[in-house]
Write a protein that binds this ligand. Sequence first.
Ligand SMILES: Cc1cc2nc3c(=O)[nH]c(=O)nc-3n(C[C@H](O)[C@H](O)[C@H](O)COP(=O)(O)OP(=O)(O)OC[C@H]3O[C@@H](n4cnc5c(N)ncnc54)[C@H](O)[C@@H]3O)c2cc1C
Length: 385
Amino acid sequence: MSFIESPERQALRRAVAELAGRYGREYVRRQVRKGERLDELWREAGKLGLIGVNLPERYGGGGGGMYDLSLVLEEFGAAGCPLLMMVVSPAICGTIIARYGTDAQRQRWLPDIAHGDAIMAFAITEPDAGSNSHRLTTTARRDGGDWIVSGRKVFISGVDQATAVLVVGRTEDARTGRLKPALFAVPIDAAGFEYRPVEMDLAMPDKQFLLFLDDVRLPGDALIGDEDAALMQLFAGLNPERIMAAASSTGIGRYALDRAVTYANGRSVWGTPIGAHQGLAHPLAQVKIELELAKLMMQKAATLYDDGDDVAAGESANMAKYAAAEASARAVDQAVQVHGGNGLASEYGLGALLAVSRAARIAPVSREMILNFVAQNTLGLPRSY
Ligand SMILES: Cc1cc2nc3c(=O)[nH]c(=O)nc-3n(C[C@H](O)[C@H](O)[C@H](O)COP(=O)(O)OP(=O)(O)OC[C@H]3O[C@@H](n4cnc5c(N)ncnc54)[C@H](O)[C@@H]3O)c2cc1C
């Protein structure tokens, strides 16, 4: 691993910054106010090959890795327009299908995901299971060559923009006990599949949904990968999820810090710019350090992942996600503080980012579950649950 990014990666950063800069935070605010999504930006990013940089070239992707994809999302975030579904569609779903799908499944899904023409949402969270995925009750049973899937999911992002949802269930013969998951690509127009928005206090263009699967009949090839090895497949998707969550948080944190520094340099109330007061300067310097550290851990996680070391990548990806979520939430909070009353004025758009940055402490995996992971797996401490 080099700490110096290759000229290609630097060029990729510039290409994303250029595209995202043409849209900017104002575009996101406008779309949120209208209740609309970032479809134009998503489409343009897809055409430029930015959505699928991590996916195999053979299936329409850029042939890069998770490092490249996380870099793209970080730059979108730093420009104020993070594309949440990049965490889900190319990173989780694309990775799982690329690694474990049959050739036919790859042909069917990957080119469209890579070009941004199709979005695949990802559904694991259930109302009763929560963080305890061993309690998932979404169940699939065989009926001839078909699968019949039933269950409930909650907080699933972007179902309204998706053509399909990768649903984590369990097969009927593995109904109880430790999770033995099975992954199904469920088209959103399948009979028996319904979704309803969850009202959220998040000023985001991407919405969350409740899913209802009532005896949804799926063809045999809706099962992605192997029925008996799906736990490994699921983990293959969750490391990218955490790396991308870290990228999104790092980007949002950079955006907030940039806004805060600009304001602190421009605003004077005692004859000097407010940024000269250490009460404001030091917290901003602290945020800068925390964001850089989080980014470094994210890059380590992505490098390990791209190198094929899933176990080491898992530890780093969890740590990166934790550190980036904390740094980003503090960056936004401090940016609000630096702006004084303007920090909560809609014109400056920072107040709305408070809840968005805060959400990264909960999703896709909560701060506490990461601390549990590190306590148990890295430190060897006993479980309390
Ligand atoms: C904006 C947003 C987008 C999301 N998008 C998706 C999506 O696309 N797909 C999807 O599947 N899910 C999605 N989720 C769901 C998200 O992954 C869950 O909300 C998250 O994993 C926490 O689960 P929970 O809400 O059920 O909380 P719970 O599991 O009920 O936890 C509640 C609190 O208890 C703590 N807790 C639980 N167990 C322990 C323990 N053993 N030790 C210490 N503390 C514990 C948790 O950390 C948390 O603070 C999204 C959520 C949000 C907010």
